[in-house]
Design a protein around this ligand. Structure first.
Ligand SMILES: Nc1ncnc2c1ncn2[C@@H]1O[C@H](COP(=O)(O)OP(=O)(O)OP(=O)(O)O)[C@@H](O)[C@H]1O
Ligand SMILES: [Mg+2]
Length: 257
């Protein structure tokens, strides 16, 4: 179980641009839960993920995994149990390294030995098997540098790479936003499959309300650092895109937009 307790996050403290995003923010995510997160630009979705991953500091509160406070744990340590895919396909992979080298790096995440370790024929075949799940022919591009692949191809590879090691959490930040509709659909289906098969706890930020409705067993809507909507599996089953849009609209009306 992941618990965020009384989280306080202030950007630019002490400066004129100081902005308190989270003040006493609380969230509990059960093991194996797949949470879809929506919300307008600047509502705090990426900050929330960054706080969980340790990419940004917090000014107060606790981040508990299995009851243990990891608030002071370094980011790289947290990634031993967290896989993350970003919106930009260029983030999280090395453009100047080949697919094989990138896969090996991801496979050896958190270990101290170098690149050459782990690239044996059996492991290469395992990588190829994993890539072939995508159905994009990436298993035939093991010697191609990732920088030479399209954004969609890189993003697909990133998802596979993020789940090569035995992670518990999968953190996705608009990971289909840069993809064409067909590739986005493939990546979403694969995401659902990977989360289920590997029994991961997943948090997926998306602006695609259809994906938010179709995927995951919980729906969270963020607004100005608050969870303004939190629907569990049963309630979510009956939700439609229009329902989420209605909440969005009511929030903007309240704000006078
Ligand atoms: N590094 C930063 N320094 C100062 N303010 C920041 C920083 N990162 C985010 N913010 C502010 O925090 C708020 C939330 O930003 P965040 O990136 O978490 O939003 P988001 O919900 O992910 O938005 P989007 O949908 O546009 O990705 C915004 O007001 C933003 O300006
Ligand atoms: Mg964001």
């Amino acid at each position: 179980m992941l618990e965020l307790k009384n989280i306080r996050k202030v950007y630019n403290p002490g400066e004129v641009t100081e902005m308190c995003l989270f003040d006493n923010f609380n969230l509990t995510v059960d093991e194996g839960e797949f949470v879809s997160i929506v919300g307008s630009n600047g509502s705090g979705k990426t900050s929330l993920l960054n706080i969980i991953c340790g990419s940004i500091p917090i000014e107060g509160g606790e981040i508990l995994i299995g009851g243990k406070n990891i608030a002071k744990m370094k980011e790289h340590k947290r990634y031993q149990t967290i896989g993350r895919v970003y919106q930009n396909p260029a983030v999280g992979t090395c453009p100047n390294l080949t697919m094989l080298e990138n896969m090996s790096l991801a496979d050896n995440k958190g270990k101290s030995f170098g690149l050459s370790f782990g690239i044996n024929k059996a492991r290469e075949n395992f990588y190829k098997d994993q890539l072939s799940i995508l159905g994009l022919g990436l298993e035939d591009k093991m010697q191609v540098k990732l920088g030479a692949l399209s954004g969609g191809q890189r993003q697909a590879a990133s998802l596979i790479m993020s789940t090569l090691t035995p992670i518990e959490f999968l953190i996705l930040d608009e990971h289909t936003a840069a993809l064409d509709p067909k590739t986005a659909e493939i990546i979403m289906e694969l995401t659902g499959k990977v989360v289920k098969e590997k029994k991961l706890t997943a948090m997926m930020v998306t602006h695609n309300l259809r994906y938010a409705v179709e995927y995951g067993d919980r729906l969270l809507m963020m607004d100005k650092g608050h969870a303004v909507l939190d629907k569990g599996a049963e309630e979510k089953k009956h939700m439609q895109v229009e329902d989420i849009l209605d909440v969005f609209t009511s929030i903007s009306i309240e704000c006078g937009n």
